[in-house]
Write a protein that binds this ligand. Structure first.
Ligand SMILES: C[S@@+](CC[C@H](N)C(=O)[O-])C[C@H]1O[C@@H](n2cnc3c(N)ncnc32)[C@H](O)[C@@H]1O
Length: 238
């Protein structure tokens, strides 16, 4: 991974170099950027994410624009059943699309993302596109397991985990390329899921693959499934 600075960027090179050092990634001055690695270009047009085999992309809310229009029909929003002022710890922030929808209905989000480049790209992009909406957003770089504080510390009402790629199909192939590049989360191990449930004040919500049975959490209540035609979420409530 790398951070590059375009030659005419208004940010001083020392600032961008410092950012790369903080994130522990290589610093590259100017184009051309390596074609075989995930990287971020700092330019006057903002942060552009370079994914091998894809055109550079600025952060955009993608299909969430539609989801935000009718949130009452959105299966994630239905699964969360947010009460005013509640906080969701989104343990797999990724491109922040689910977090964007949660913020649109007034939820507060603590987004945790393991990949430092993606965490920076997503947070900066979201704040640039709609600073007002992102007042309730906090982003942490790292693994969610390290930020959970069981037993229920009342810091977050819901823990949400999404180990899957977003929207299947050609139309969204480019949008989700960064997630493919950083690697899918895979199934979380049982200890991580138990910690997630035990840390949430109200509930744990996990996105399921189509037709996938929810994992069984020993000693915890059975989950309820909330689904739409394309998506399903398992909800374990306290
Ligand atoms: C499928 S994506 C999530 C997509 C996200 N829901 C969205 O709407 O954009 C999974 C993300 O979780 C991150 N990830 C995987 N394991 C993680 C962990 N243990 N802690 C934090 N982030 C993790 C990956 O780097 C990837 O960006």
């Amino acid at each position: 991974m790398y951070i590059a600075r375009s030659r005419n960027a208004r940010y001083p090179s020392s600032q961008v170099e410092g950012l790369a050092a903080r994130l522990g990634v290589e610093y590259i001055e100017d184009h051309p950027v390596p074609a075989d690695r995930l990287g971020l270009l700092v330019s006057n047009a903002g942060y552009l994410l370079y994914v091998p085999g894809h055109p550079p992309q600025a952060w955009h809310p993608g299909m969430t624009v539609m989801r935000c229009r009718t949130p009452e029909r959105d299966p994630l929003i239905r699964a969360l059943g947010l009460l005013p002022g509640e906080t969701v710890l989104d343990g797999t922030l990724g491109l922040g699309h689910d977090a964007w929808v949660v913020l649109s209905v007034g939820g507060r989000v603590i987004g945790v993302e393991a990949n430092p480049l993606l965490a920076l790209f997503t947070e900066t992009g979201m704040r640039t596109v709609d600073p007002e909406r992102c007042r309730g957003l906090r982003v942490i770089t790292g693994r969610f397991e390290a930020h959970l504080t069981a037993p229920r510390a009342e810091v977050y009402d819901h823990v949400y985990l999404d180990p899957l790629f977003g929207g299947e199909g050609q139309a969204s192939a480019g949008t989700w390329a960064p997630i493919r590049a950083v690697g899918r989360a895979g199934r979380f191990d049982l200890d991580g899921l138990l910690l997630a449930f035990d840390s949430a004040r109200r509930q744990l919500v996990v996105k399921l693959a189509p037709g996938e049975a929810p994992p069984s959490l020993p000693g915890r209540p059975e989950p309820v499934i909330v689904s739409s035609k394309r998506l399903a979420f398992a909800v374990w409530a306290h």
